[in-house]
Design a protein. Structure first.
Length: 392
């Protein structure tokens, strides 16, 4: 009886420990980075997909030369930008914000590199151990090292603009050199991986990055080919949600109704524009917006009285540099003839998800009958112009 009681106690204890361990899922990132010194700062900025929005940032101070270890608890896959700030001196210029790391609960990731090109550190462990990723990761790291060297020269000559040492020819030269590192070989390798590998969450993560340029039909067909394990993963569940979002905004479909609050505090609904050609215009200060904005102003002036409406969506203006208000190229962005909705206002945040405002400018035209006609970026302008000319 005594032996049986001890065995039962041992089993109960082990079962309890196993339950606790399952509840406390840990992640760990260990790095060996030449050039790190005690006092350097490492930033772990967690971001969400598919919009890559920042969620929170953890700060780690390097304790030991050449290495650091980051440990945390996590119940789902996390996505990080890992940035580097030296204890002394000016932070190096990098062509990327940081090392991008995808890590699942109980994964152990190793990074190896140097501070001179921190963003090109090699990633090993977890999702990165898939043998089919070996050549992709090797080529990515190699190109980032070359690209970063040219990027620094480009930024240097760009900093001289407006001074007696300005050298526009050098800017043009290094800009072209930087663009030359775009690799068709790498693009094809990534495309093949994300399209054909069905049992890796990393393939699902890569596919998440091309949703903006993928039709609902293509997306649905690809999603169905992922294994049940991938579909049930953090990224798989995000893809399942995005499948519904893509169906909502797909040309030919009727998008979901919405009511938001404009910048003046007045409510505005999709139904307010029934019977009109209605353009949802998601904008931000970028070359694409600067190009298309004056053209949309011309269309609005010409066709508004005939049945063309626009509703602007953007971040709250205080989040944009004040200098843009005074610049003749960008000033018109802040004095628009149509109503504007701030997507960063708490009551309006849902619209960026439901209508997938990932990038700027996004143009989405809805017919008088309430169906989506076009959706895209600056490429929508020409067909929009032609449609208005023919119908209004």
């Amino acid at each position: 009886m005594k032996v049986r009681w001890i065995s039962l106690f041992s089993f109960s204890f082990l079962f309890l420990v196993s339950c606790i361990n399952r509840e406390i899922d840990q992640i760990q990132i260990k790095a060996d980075i030449d050039g790190l010194v005690a006092g350097d700062t490492i930033l772990f900025t967690r971001f969400g997909l598919p919009n890559w929005e920042d969620l929170e940032t953890d700060t780690l101070i390097v304790k030991k030369e050449g290495t650091f270890v980051f440990t945390d608890t996590a119940t789902q896959t996390r996505n990080y930008f890992i940035g580097y700030r030296p204890y002394q001196g000016i932070a190096p210029t990098f062509c990327k914000r940081g090392i991008v790391v995808y890590i699942r609960p109980n994964d152990y990731i190793c990074l190896k590199g140097n501070t001179d090109c921190f963003v090109a550190a090699q990633r090993r462990g977890g999702l990165y151990d898939n043998i089919r990723l070996k050549d992709i990761l090797r080529l990515e790291d190699s190109l980032d090292i070359k690209r970063n060297s040219v990027f620094r020269k480009l930024m240097y000559f760009n900093s001289l603009m407006g001074t007696e040492n300005a050298c526009p020819d050098s800017i043009d030269y290094y800009f072209k050199a930087y663009r030359s590192f775009d690799s068709k070989e790498l693009d094809e390798m990534i495309k093949n991986y994300q399209e054909t590998v069905n049992d890796s969450e990393y393939a699902a993560l890569l596919y998440m990055g091309v949703l903006y340029n993928t039709s609902y039909k293509e997306f649905k067909e690809r999603f169905e080919r992922f294994t049940p394990e991938v579909k049930n993963s953090t990224t798989g569940q995000s893809l399942a949600y995005m499948l519904k979002v893509k169906a909502n905004i797909e040309p030919g479909n009727t998008p979901s109704a919405f009511t938001v609050t404009d910048k003046d505090g007045n409510q505005v609904s999709l139904s307010d524009y029934k019977g009109k050609y209605f353009l949802l215009y998601h904008w931000g200060v970028c070359p694409g917006t600067i190009w298309v904005h004056p053209r949309l102003l011309d269309l609005y002036e010409k066709y508004h009285d005939k049945g063309f409406e626009v509703l602007g969506f953007t971040k709250q203006e205080e989040e944009l540099p004040a200098s843009f208000r005074k610049d003749k190229v960008t000033a018109s962005l802040f004095n628009q003839p149509w109503r504007t909705v701030y997507t960063t206002q708490e009551s309006n945040k849902f619209i960026a998800d439901d209508y997938y405002f990932a990038g700027v400018p996004i143009l989405m035209l809805i017919s008088p009958e309430g169906k989506t006609i076009y959706r895209g970026y600056t490429d929508v302008y020409e067909p929009l112009k032609k449609l208005l000319e023919e119908n209004l």
